[in-house]
Ligand binder design. Structure first.
Ligand SMILES: Cc1cc2nc3c(=O)[nH]c(=O)nc-3n(C[C@H](O)[C@H](O)[C@H](O)COP(=O)(O)O)c2cc1C
Length: 304
């Protein structure tokens, strides 16, 4: 059985989970290739019995580049796929949203796996509510998923589609509604615009090389940035000199209200035994967002 796993990961959480699933697939006797989303040409996926697609949850659903990838897929003729993700506080509508799009391409989505993971965004603090994840227990669960999906694939082939599970888990209804409003247009309006500070930029090109959609040209004058953009902040989080600048304060101001909603959701999920708190939520200082932590570290002569 030939398997391909396609993974989009920026801060490494989804990649770690993908490697565990791969281990499980190999344990179960499948062949497996693990590729990054940018390495894969959606038009040439022939020869695989099963394809896995993994990404972080952005805006309570799949990132815009993953949406574009699925849109460009040719007809899948009933081929089996599985979908996995990592996320912080709210998984939202990720699985139904991806499944609906893959189904439209004739793919059958036969399995779902998710893991909680740390959150790295400039306007929220570190640690975050989900810091510490994914841990050893999450890794073992991902390996078990890899072993089991091989069995599910065989069972669905032999016994039919009635064995295909519903896409899930999903968050409470309010988040599902919110996920549906998160269009590119709305997200772009919600977020601050970025500029590159040429006085501090060292031309290391990490932002340019790591932008998932080629939206940066630091040689242009003024530098081109966010053109195009999937609003992932990778350019900000990766810049070692904090030269990708934005006004984060309006988002920092929203943190207390957002964190109250996140805590409510996480407590609900924890009560069902589906989330383990690894840190004390009361220990988080919402007035100390990551970008301020980075500024202090740089000022102290350390690394961001
Ligand atoms: C732009 C952006 C949007 C995000 N939106 C959500 C979200 O809606 N729900 C959530 O639980 N986590 C959200 N996260 C957190 C990521 O899903 C989480 O940190 C994930 O593990 C990152 O995966 P990676 O390390 O593979 O890039 C968001 C992170 C970023 C950068």
């Amino acid at each position: 059985m030939k398997t391909l796993m396609i993974c989009f990961s920026q801060t490494g959480n989804t990649r770690k989970i993908a490697e565990c699933i791969e281990e499980g697939l190999l344990d179960a006797g499948a062949q497996c290739e693990l590729k990054t989303l940018s390495e894969v040409d959606s038009a040439s996926l022939t020869g695989y019995d099963l394809i896995g697609l993994g990404a972080p949850v952005f805006w309570y659903k799949e990132p815009f580049n993953v949406e574009d990838f699925i849109k460009a897929l040719p007809e899948q003729n009933g081929r089996h796929w599985f979908v996995f993700c990592t996320h912080a506080n709210v998984i939202g509508n990720f699985f139904p949203s991806v499944t609906e799009k893959l189904n439209k391409k004739g793919a059958k989505v036969i399995g779902f796996h998710h893991s909680y993971a740390d959150l790295t965004v400039p306007f929220y603090p570190k640690p975050s509510y989900t810091s510490g994840h994914p841990d050893e227990i999450d890794f073992e669960e991902a390996k078990a998923f890899g072993r089991n999906i091989v069995i599910t694939h065989e069972q669905v082939l032999q016994n039919g589609d009635a064995l295909i599970p519903e896409p899930g888990p999903v968050s409470s209804g309010e988040w599902i509604e919110e996920s549906k409003t998160m269009t590119r247009e709305k997200v772009s309006q919600m977020l601050p615009k970025f500029t590159i500070n040429l006085d501090t930029c060292t031309q290391c090109r990490l932002c340019e090389d790591n932008c998932p959609v080629g939206g940066i040209d630091i040689d242009a004058r003024p530098p081109r940035i966010q053109d195009p953009c999937i609003y992932c902040w990778r350019c900000v989080t990766i810049c070692p000199t904090l030269s990708v600048e934005a006004d984060w304060d309006p988002l920092v101001a929203m943190a207390p209200a957002n964190y109250a909603r996140y805590k409510k959701e996480l407590n609900k999920v924890a009560a069902r035994g589906e989330f383990r708190w690894l840190i004390d939520p009361e220990s988080i200082d919402l007035n100390d967002p990551l970008y301020k932590q980075w500024q202090r570290d740089l000022k102290d002569g350390g690394k961001k």
